[in-house]
Design a protein around this ligand. Structure first.
Ligand SMILES: *Cc1c(COP(=O)(O)O)cnc(C)c1O
Length: 372
């Protein structure tokens, strides 16, 4: 049986009527940039994230870049981030004028290790970017405690974690709720995906939100008057219409992802060469990816390919070893836990429409490989 890693067509079939009607309304009105749907989506995402403000922009990458721009980094200023993440986490630090400083991860969650974060702090540190990888929030309260003692802002890269929660200090806190700013991505393959690029920043501070709004429209609050040099980074009205139509389904989709993850976990627990993803008790994981750590990874990937089962390796080359960051001075061995993860991980199909028989085929294929 062929099982794709992700099946967006299957999702579209379940929502076609709602989304098409919403998009047609935008087309009939011929207002394509910002507009009513964008404002409504901003309100809805702020409510979902328990934040006072939400600012839509052109991509998750821009959501990070605009947030980092508000730090006014100067040459030599350092921003701590994980290296086991999508490139944008560190690419935007560079493009905002900062120097990425990479801290190692915890083996079980793949998220930043608060102890490693503290050890990476220097007098030049200006901020910390925390990634909630694969849909599970990092140890935000511990990292915020480390940051708070030094007055450092914590930016949440929540591109994979919209709607994920973590119990912090006895209360459920949403991804993006407690950081200086939180960045979401609406890239089509994310848990809430548009029909193209899109992103959103959430924040609690009024002045910060106002500055972010200026930065997304060339740095001016008033057209043709510019306080600083910003960007053209707006969300298309059509994208907002698509996302608003999909948003009511997000919680159900995340629950369906969790159910499938639990089924995988059951099927793979006790399978010696395979380590199932840890779900921390404090977290509500939304499983943007279901990621195993395993022996003979590359041979398994080849085996799955031959059987027509989709899988992905996120991420094969950690950011501290990317050629573009060679001048930062890292080498193989600098971040041992990150490098081990890059060698050992594989992500399996986990989308909400994944049928039982298809998931069973994935399970059989993985178990079959290790019983040979
Ligand atoms: C997807 C992603 C981004 C970037 O989002 P885009 O919308 O693709 O620009 C940033 N960080 C992480 C962790 C991501 O997964």
């Amino acid at each position: 049986m062929n099982v794709p890693l992700l099946d967006l067509v299957a999702q579209h079939q379940t929502i076609r009527d709602d989304v098409m009607a919403a998009v047609l309304r935008v087309i009939e009105r011929q207002q394509f940039i910002l507009g009513d749907e964008v404002a409504a989506l901003e309100r809805a995402v702020a409510d979902l994230s328990h934040t006072r403000h939400a600012i839509a922009c052109a991509s998750g990458t821009d959501a990070l870049l605009l947030s980092l721009r508000t730090l006014d980094l100067r040459p030599g200023d350092e921003v701590i981030a994980p290296a086991f993440t999508f490139f944008a986490t560190a690419g935007t630090i560079h493009n905002a004028g900062g120097r990425p400083v990479f801290a190692d991860i915890e083996p079980a969650s793949f998220n930043l290790d608060p102890v490693a974060v503290e050890a990476a702090i220097t007098p030049r540190t200006r901020a910390i970017v925390v990634v909630h990888l694969f849909g599970q929030m990092a140890r935000l309260e511990e990292i915020q405690a480390v940051a708070g003692r030094r007055g450092l802002p914590v930016i949440e890269d929540a591109a994979q974690a919209i709607g994920a929660r973590r119990r912090m200090g006895g209360a459920w806190r949403l991804a993006g709720e407690t950081g200086y700013a939180g960045a979401f991505s609406f890239f089509p393959t994310k848990n809430l995906g548009g029909w193209g690029d899109g992103g959103m920043i959430v924040a609690q501070d009024e002045a910060l939100a106002a500055r972010l709004r200026r930065l997304r429209t060339h740095g001016g609050a008033r057209q043709y008057y510019h306080d600083e040099v910003g960007y053209n980074s707006r969300l298309d009205t059509i994208q907002a219409a698509v996302l608003l139509a999909k948003l009511p389904r997000l919680a159900g989709w995340s629950a369906a992802r969790r159910e499938r993850a639990l089924r995988y976990n059951e099927a793979f627990s006790g399978l010696g060469p395979v380590t199932i993803p840890a779900i921390e008790r404090e977290n509500e994981h939304i499983f943007h990816q279901y990621t195993l750590r395993l022996e003979r990874r590359d041979a398994l990937v080849e085996h799955l390919k031959q059987l027509g089962i989709g899988c992905g390796v996120y991420y094969p080359l950690p950011l501290h070893l990317q050629p573009c960051f060679a001048d930062l001075g890292y080498r193989a061995g600098s971040l041992p836990r990150t490098e081990a993860a890059s060698r050992e991980v594989v992500s399996l199909p986990i989308y909400p429409e994944l049928r039982g028989d298809a998931q069973q085929a994935v399970i059989d294929a993985v178990r079959g490989f290790y019983s040979r």
